[in-house]
Design a protein. Structure first.
Length: 345
C-alpha cells in the first residue's frame, strides 16, 4: 500500500520508467520518493520541473554499495530500474554490464534485505530469456540473484523480493520509435536492421502498471510477465510513415546489429508450465527447492512437452492499422505529429 507513510526508492529514477512512476506516486499521496542515479543534469532538471519537497535526490551509482545504503536507509519499498540497457553498448563493453546489471543489482538486493525494506521489485527484460547478448545475460543473472535471495530469506522474511519482465517499451530511451520519427522529420532514410524481425510493443503506462501490480500482489520470489502484442519492424515503419504522411520516405535495410534476435521471448515453455495465468499477466512462481542434490536431479517436473515458449512471433500480431492506433495512444508520438503537421502545414 502506498500512502503518506511510504518512502519509495527508485534506482535509475531519472529514466523513462522512473519519471513516470514518480509522477504517479506523487499523485497517489506518497510520503517520500528517493531518486538514485548518476546523472546530476537529469536530476537537476527533474528538481526544477517538479519542485516537490517529497522528492529527495541522491547522486550515486548502484555499483557502489555505500551509495545504495545511503539512499536505502529507512525506505519502505524499492523499484530497481537502474541498468545498462543498450544491446550494442553491453556487447562491446560486457564487463560494464556485469558491474551494473549484476554486481549493482546484488548491492540493491542485499541492501534492501539488510535495511528491512518491505518490497523490492526488480525490472527485467525479454532479452533475459534464452539470452544471446551480454545485456540479456546480465539481466538473466539479475533475475537469478533475486531468486537466490528470495529463496535464502524465505517466505517469513520482512523483505519481499519480486521481478517483472517485459519487452520493448515504446518511446523509452533507446527505443527505435523516436529514432524513426526523427529520421522522417529530418528527411533522412529510416534505418532498419531486418524488416521481418518482430518485437513486443508495450506502452510505458503498461510497464508501470505491471510494476505496481507486482508491488501489490507479489509473493516471495514471484516473477510477473505482461502479455503483450507484437509487430514486425517493417509494419512499425509503415505505420509511422503513414502517420507522418510520408508513404514514399526512403528506408535503408542496414542488416542485423551485434547479437540481435529475429524475435524476442518473454517466457520459456518451462516457466509457463509452472505459471499462474492471471489474465493480463503470468505469475512465475519461485522454485523454492533447496540444494539437495539427489532430490534435485532425480525429481523432475511433469511438464507438457507440447508447450511453446511465449515470444513475439506467436503472440498477438498487430497489423499496420493496429500499430497506428497504438502509436496514436502515446503522448510522445502525438506531440511529434503536432510539431510535424505545424511545420508542414
Amino acid at each position: 500500500m502506498i500512502d503518506g507513510n511510504s518512502r519509495i526508492l527508485i534506482t535509475g529514477g531519472t529514466g523513462s520508467f522512473g519519471k513516470t512512476i514518480l509522477t504517479q506516486l506523487l499523485e497517489n499521496g506518497v510520503g517520500e520518493v528517493r531518486v538514485l542515479s548518476r546523472d546530476e543534469e537529469k536530476q537537476d532538471a527533474m528538481r526544477a520541473d517538479l519542485r516537490d519537497p517529497r522528492v529527495r535526490y541522491y547522486i550515486g551509482d548502484i555499483r557502489d554499495r555505500g551509495s545504495v545504503d545511503r539512499a536505502m536507509h529507512g525506505a519502505t519499498a524499492v523499484f530497481h530500474a537502474a541498468a545498462l540497457k543498450q544491446v550494442p553498448s553491453c556487447e562491446f563493453f560486457p564487463l560494464e554490464a556485469v558491474r551494473t546489471n549484476i554486481l549493482g543489482s546484488e548491492n540493491v538486493i542485499r541492501s534492501a534485505i539488510e535495511s528491512r525494506v518491505g518490497s523490492l521489485v526488480c525490472l527485467s527484460t525479454d532479452k533475459a530469456v534464452h539470452p544471446i547478448n551480454a545485456m540479456g545475460v546480465s539481466k538473466a543473472m539479475m533475475e537469478k540473484l533475486a531468486n537466490a535471495a528470495a529463496r535464502e530469506i524465505g517466505t517469513d522474511a520482512h523483505t519481499k523480493i519480486s521481478c517483472v519482465r517485459y519487452g520493448n517499451v515504446m518511446c523509452s530511451r533507446g527505443s527505435v520509435i523516436p529514432l524513426f520519427m526523427k529520421q522522417i522529420m529530418n528527411g533522412r532514410p529510416i534505418t532498419v536492421t531486418e524488416p521481418a524481425m518482430t518485437r513486443f510493443l508495450m506502452p510505458l503506462r503498461d510497464s508501470v502498471a505491471l510494476v505496481r501490480f507486482a508491488f501489490t500482489h507479489a509473493r516471495q520470489g514471484d516473477l510477473f510477465i505482461k502479455k503483450a502484442a507484437a509487430s514486425t519492424i517493417g509494419d512499425l515503419v509503415t505505420a509511422l510513415k503513414e502517420l507522418f504522411d510520408a508513404p514514399d520516405h526512403q528506408v535503408d535495410v542496414i542488416g542485423w546489429r551485434h547479437a540481435e534476435k529475429l524475435y524476442e521471448t518473454l517466457a520459456s515453455a518451462q516457466e509457463l508450465g509452472t505459471s499462474e495465468d492471471l489474465g493480463e499477466y503470468w505469475r512465475i512462481q519461485l522454485d523454492a527447492r533447496d540444494l539437495n542434490y539427489p532430490a534435485y536431479f532425480s525429481e523432475g517436473d511433469d511438464l507438457d512437452s507440447e508447450r511453446e515458449d511465449y515470444h513475439s512471433h506467436n503472440t498477438e500480431q498487430l497489423d499496420v492499422e493496429g500499430v497506428k492506433q497504438l502509436l496514436l495512444s502515446l503522448p510522445e508520438v502525438r506531440a511529434q505529429l503536432a510539431l510535424w503537421k505545424g511545420e508542414t502545414a
